[in-house]
Design a protein around this ligand. Structure first.
Ligand SMILES: C[S@@+](CC[C@H](N)C(=O)[O-])C[C@H]1O[C@@H](n2cnc3c(N)ncnc32)[C@H](O)[C@@H]1O
Length: 341
């Protein structure tokens, strides 16, 4: 008979005590089983450098890993998450560990309004969180536009020169087409006997990864399913660069078992851009001489093209905006190079 694994981790014990386990309790258990939290936090701290003077945002703080742990090491961490349920788990863990960090309930799309632009030196987005853009709470069909928009909004909150940290599943796992099945040993969590098994289905054609997890607590079964975006490492790099990050590279972070990519918001905004509606991109490509100067309230280029756009281009572009219902209104920023600046 296989041995029972006795779980003594306080965060897991607490998340399983009381009500029926939810996705937060399941995630807490997975974090405990898949990472050595202390080692991963050590690795992230090494990447961050000394705590003093860095304003850090953990923008998918979940139940507090690594935000709570970094705050305990003296980092100035702001923690936010889009899920009320996860915020509840964070607060429980904060109380358990004596942390004074108050998590902010905010989805990525809301971050610039919530915290202001250029307000952090470092932004962390760990736990493969980005891949759940638009899907974590509702298990909705993954929508690429939601993910692109999320990255752009998050990057806006980085100060020029600020650093970004994001992780993703291992390339080998993303490429596996057969279902990946994991069964944990039987666990004893407090007075509960818990079993868990999980299957991940990868469908690169539909660009979806779906996991099914079955949790059995004292014989009672709980089933969870989540869809996430299937994104290759190359696509992630492209996404980050399109959002205006430079120096995007894979980073070895001891203790992390996902693959980490980091990037930096350039000090000079030249060559960076926030993008909004794909139709705008097409229109701008068709009329490259239309510059930020022509529509300063819609487009902003740090360096304007040496020659202003022709009246004809301005007119055509204005007509396009009218016809497209002002799809570009608000905050479309395009890389100056692409505009031929
Ligand atoms: C897999 S958990 C990772 C949590 C934590 N970073 C960790 O490593 O343990 C993914 C987190 O992303 C958050 N999330 C997903 N979509 C979001 C969105 N649009 N805005 C903010 N948070 C989101 C979820 O609520 C969840 O807490």
């Amino acid at each position: 008979m296989s041995q029972t694994l006795r779980i003594t981790d306080k965060r897991v014990l607490d998340s399983f005590s009381g009500s029926d386990p939810d996705i937060g309790a399941l995630w807490e258990l997975c974090v405990h089983l898949e990472w050595d939290r202390a080692k991963a936090v050590e690795g992230i701290s090494a990447w961050l450098g000394e705590p003093g003077g860095q304003r850090i945002l953990d923008c998918a703080c979940g139940s507090g890993f690594p935000g709570i742990d970094l705050a305990a090491r003296g980092y100035e961490v702001t923690c936010s998450d889009g899920s009320e349920a996860m915020i509840g788990h964070f607060q429980r863990n904060a109380a358990l560990t004596g942390s004074l960090v108050e998590p902010v309930h905010a989805r990525w799309q809301e971050l610039p309004d919530r915290f202001g632009t250029a307000s952090f030196d470092v932004i962390l987005l760990r736990g493969c969180s980005l891949l759940y853009a638009g899907t974590w709470d509702e298990n909705a069909e993954p929508d690429r536009a939601a993910m692109t928009d999320a990255v752009e909004k998050i990057v806006t909150c980085l100060r020029p020169g600020g650093r970004f940290y994001v992780d993703i599943a291992l390339a080998a796992n993303l490429a596996r087409l057969e279902p990946q099945h994991t069964r944990r040993p039987v666990m004893e969590i407090g007075s509960d006997i818990v079993e868990q098994d999980e299957t991940i289905y990868t469908d690169p054609h539909r660009r979806i990864r779906t996991w099914h997890s079955r949790l059995t607590v004292n014989g009672r079964e709980y089933n969870f399913e989540r869809r996430s975006h299937h994104v290759t490492h190359d696509e992630l790099v492209q996404l980050l660069e399109q959002a205006g990050l430079a120096d995007v590279q894979e980073e070895h972070v001891p203790g992390e078992s996902y693959t980490v990519f980091t990037g930096r918001r350039p000090v000079s905004l030249r060559g960076t851009g926030r993008r909004q509606h794909p139709a705008i991109g097409q229109a701008r490509a068709a009329f490259p001489s239309v510059s930020g100067a022509a529509f300063p309230w819609r487009f902003s280029c740090v360096r304007d093209p040496p020659l202003g756009p022709s009246f004809r281009d301005k007119l055509i572009f204005a007509l396009f905006l009218l016809v497209s219902g002002g799809a570009g209104a608000g905050s479309v920023y395009y890389p100056c190079q692409r505009l031929g600046a």
